[in-house]
Design a protein around this ligand. Structure first.
Ligand SMILES: CC(C)(COP(=O)(O)OP(=O)(O)OC[C@H]1O[C@@H](n2cnc3c(N)ncnc32)[C@H](O)[C@@H]1OP(=O)(O)O)[C@@H](O)C(=O)NCCC(=O)NCCS
Length: 163
């Protein structure tokens, strides 16, 4: 997709450092996204898309495949100045298209913006739909104090099943 100078494209190796920097900065400021370092980005690089405006990254979204054969939408972020223009929706669409090409039927997200995901077609479910995620990531998350759904946890589990 292209809107004037702004394009959405698969992430490249050279983007990994900047993606990690942006995600780390946003996590520190707002905590809406799970912190990622450069290695985390590189191991999932094939699932990542970026939006660039004249070579500057203004949007990020990734897809992480779990052994349950479900794919998680990760690192979703759109630069504040570009929000409410359809870029978030477009990033998710790209990730889902790519996942479908690889035979993935279930996509999930743990989100602080559940209304946004509902607009894209996701539904709110229980954490028990993603046991691998819960026992790998949630148990280590300070927000969850050891278990998802803890009063400190502000994430909503969202699921989309495609044909
Ligand atoms: C969530 C986020 C990615 C949305 O990006 P965006 O480019 O503004 O989203 P879009 O313009 O594609 O919005 C699609 C629809 O969702 C709505 N929407 C966007 N953000 C929303 C939000 N936070 N809450 C409710 N609805 C939202 C839009 O109004 C639009 O509705 P419409 O189709 O009726 O017009 C962006 O706000 C962001 O980066 N937030 C900070 C990081 C974050 O929260 N990431 C998600 C963690 S899982």
């Amino acid at each position: 997709m292209k809107k004037n100078e702004t394009t959405i494209q698969p992430a490249k190796m050279k983007d990994a450092v900047e993606i990690a920097k942006i995600i780390t900065r946003e996590t520190k400021k707002y905590g809406d996204i799970l912190s990622k370092n450069e290695t985390d980005i590189l191991v999932n690089l094939f699932g990542y898309f970026t939006i660039k405006d004249r070579n500057k990254i203004i949007g990020i979204c990734g897809l992480k495949i779990w052994p349950s054969r479900q794919a998680e939408i990760i690192s979703l972020w759109v630069n504040k100045n570009y929000r409410k223009n359809g870029w978030g929706r477009e990033l998710i669409k790209k990730c889902i298209e790519k996942g479908k090409e690889h035979g993935i039927k279930e996509f999930f997200a743990l989100s602080t913006s559940p209304k946004f995901f509902e607009k894209i077609g996701f539904s709110c479910v229980n954490f028990s739909y993603f046991p691998a995620k819960v026992w790998t990531d949630c148990v280590k998350c300070a927000k969850n104090a050891g278990y998802p759904g803890h009063p400190k946890c502000n994430e909503t589990p969202m699921l989309l099943i495609v044909k």
